[in-house]
Design a protein around this ligand. Structure first.
Ligand code: CP
Ligand code: NVA
Length: 312
């Protein structure tokens, strides 16, 4: 089984979890857990260079990806878009065709998901999504790993509270669907998940025994929750920050809200967080928070992804 899964992952893009089956997702999580246990001492990426392109700021993704590639023996080549001729009009098509002649994979953090699709269209090497406006699949893999470490194979009630249309919300919803979890998005109606992504998540959940729902009521949503997840109300690049600051306050993750959940609820946040907005300081650094485990797991999951897609 795992040999055929290994073969199926080789050479693949990692643009969104929509492209991955529950078995492939589980395999990637198990490989990440093995990396965390320090199971491998080989350098499977020796001789391989991976281009890392950032159109937006990043701390965790930038560093975890670079360190992961380095620890696996590869070379992370960070390229700022201002240093590339893209900044003076060279097309993405030509840039990608050229990069494909030098590097073994391209990972990019982009403003628009369409940019990644265009990259993937022209690239002869695998393309990895390091965050777009629609998805953050590397984050969701680390998040699912963190839940599995804490709860094993239990079927969970996962509640995302906040901006339902955020990249992290979409990817977490797909991860929950792949895992067969009961996933609830509690958000203001104007900030609901993208209807097409919601539809796809429901389709996946119908096959895995999961369930996906959207509500405007955060208190009702967290009743019985094993996991409460939140993210910034103002993702990078959104145009309506002021309006968001007016509608989102009832969706703050604070001690009163988490007291309505299961006693052993974990609180998750991809970070960076804005304390006093989507999460209070007491919760962020409190006993339920696993945010720094999530951050650490970004390193192990990054290793799993690059190993899986690049090494036979
Ligand atoms: N969670 C995450 O992707 O963080 P960065 O923006 O710091 O990479
Ligand atoms: N939703 C956030 C995630 C940051 C890691 C953003 O896109 O800004």
């Amino acid at each position: 089984m795992s040999r055929s899964l290994r073969r199926s992952l080789l050479g693949r893009n990692f643009l969104s979890l929509l492209d991955y089956s529950p078995e492939e997702f589980d395999y990637l999580m198990d490989l990440s857990i093995d990396y965390k246990k320090g199971r491998f001492s080989d350098k499977p990426l020796r001789g391989k260079t991976i281009a890392l392109i950032f159109e937006k700021p990043s701390t965790r993704t930038r560093v975890s990806t670079s360190v992961a590639i380095n620890e696996l023996g590869g070379y992370p080549l960070e390229l700022s878009t201002t240093a590339l001729h893209i900044s003076r009009g060279e097309t993405l098509r030509d840039t990608t065709l050229v990069l494909s002649r030098y590097v073994h994979a391209i990972a990019a953090r982009v403003k628009k998901h369409e940019t990644l699709l265009e990259l993937a269209k022209w690239a002869d090497v695998p393309v990895v999504n390091m965050l777009s406006d629609k998805y953050h699949p590397l984050q969701a893999l680390a998040d699912a790993m963190t839940m599995k470490e804490r709860f094993g194979d239990r079927k969970l009630r996962v509640v995302f509270v906040g901006d339902g249309g955020a990249n992290t919300s979409h990817s977490l919803m797909l991860a929950s669907a792949l895992q067969g979890y009961h996933h609830v998005v509690a958000c203001p109606s104007a900030y609901s998940p993208d209807p097409l992504i919601l539809e796809r998540a429901k389709e996946i959940a119908s096959r895995t025994g999961g369930h996906i729902e959207v509500t405007e009521d955060p208190k009702e949503a967290v009743n019985g929750a094993n996991v409460i997840y939140t993210d910034t109300w103002v993702s990078m690049g959104v145009p309506d920050a002021e309006k968001r600051m007016q509608v989102f306050p009832p969706y703050q993750v604070n001690e009163a809200l988490i007291s309505l959940a299961e006693e052993d609820v974990i609180v998750m946040h991809c970070q960076p967080w804005f304390l006093g907005q989507e999460i209070t300081e007491r919760v962020a650094y409190g006993p339920h928070s696993v945010a720094f485990e999530q951050a650490e797991n970004r390193l192990h999951t990054a290793k799993a992804i690059f190993k899986a897609i690049l090494v036979p």
